[in-house]
Design a protein around this ligand. Structure first.
Ligand code: C5P
Length: 217
């Protein structure tokens, strides 16, 4: 059984997906980490531009494993590196690629096959799992999302400014919403939650109530 959580950067999807999965004893799939891992692999080659044949080679030459919250690229733990600024930016760029999306969608469906899983990303309810049991779309005002990201990064000791984060979030939103393949948009049957004025406990409570209403305890 699949539950999808989609939405823009910084809407709280990852935290919500992890907490919800724990609460209902489901596994959890962070699909953004897969795009980040491909971006990291592409950047590591030092190539100046990434066209489709180049990205096909990258995709064919790597293995990505998501293990208990860790991200393994060719067996090496890159969980921290894939959160770096440059990788974050390039993840949004390579996410417009047809070859990358085709491969990652396939891997996501394999990862979730016959499992109980909360799958989090941009296209989980629209493209990857259109028949999911329950779909959520989390969003929040850009200023709110930037503020949350800023605090998160500060906690991790990463030096940045609120304005820099807001600009990056707006750029990423625009790229995700306007790309040709699987643009970021709520599935027609998704429950849309604006989390701007909600704390995470409330978000989980609302999502849990919705899936209980549909029969999962
Ligand atoms: O969610 P996260 O910020 O880790 O995702 C990194 C990037 O990967 C996003 O900016 C988005 O462009 C892309 N992505 C995507 N489809 C997904 C998950 C992430 O296009 N299902």
């Amino acid at each position: 059984m699949i539950i999808t959580i989609d939405g823009p950067a910084g809407a709280g999807k990852s935290t919500a997906a992890k907490l919800l999965a724990k609460k209902i004893n489901f596994q959890f799939l962070d699909t953004g980490a897969m795009y980040r891992a491909v971006a990291f692999a592409a950047l590591k080659t030092g190539a100046p531009t990434f066209d489709e044949p180049f990205l096909q080679k990258i995709i064919d030459g790597i293995t990505i494993n998501l293990l208990e919250g860790r991200v393994l690229l060719n067996g090496q733990d890159v969980s921290m590196q894939i959160r770096a600024k440059e990788t974050t930016e390039i993840a949004g760029v390579i996410a417009t690629s047809k070859v990358v999306r085709t491969k990652l969608v396939e891997l996501q469906r394999i990862a979730a096959f016959e499992k109980n899983m909360v799958c989090e990303g941009r296209d989980q309810g629209t493209t990857v799992f259109p028949d999911a049991f329950c779909k959520f779309f989390l969003t929040a005002r850009p200023e709110m999302r930037a503020q949350r990201r800023f605090l998160e990064l500060q906690e991790k000791g990463i030096n940045t400014t609120l304005q820099e984060i807001l600009d990056a979030i707006i750029t990423r939103d625009q790229r995700d919403e306007n790309r040709e393949i699987s643009p970021l948009t709520p599935a027609h049957d998704a429950m849309i939650l604006d989390t701007s004025d909600m704390n995470m406990n409330k978000v989980i409570e609302v999502m849990h109530e919705e899936i209980q209403r549909r029969g999962i305890k």
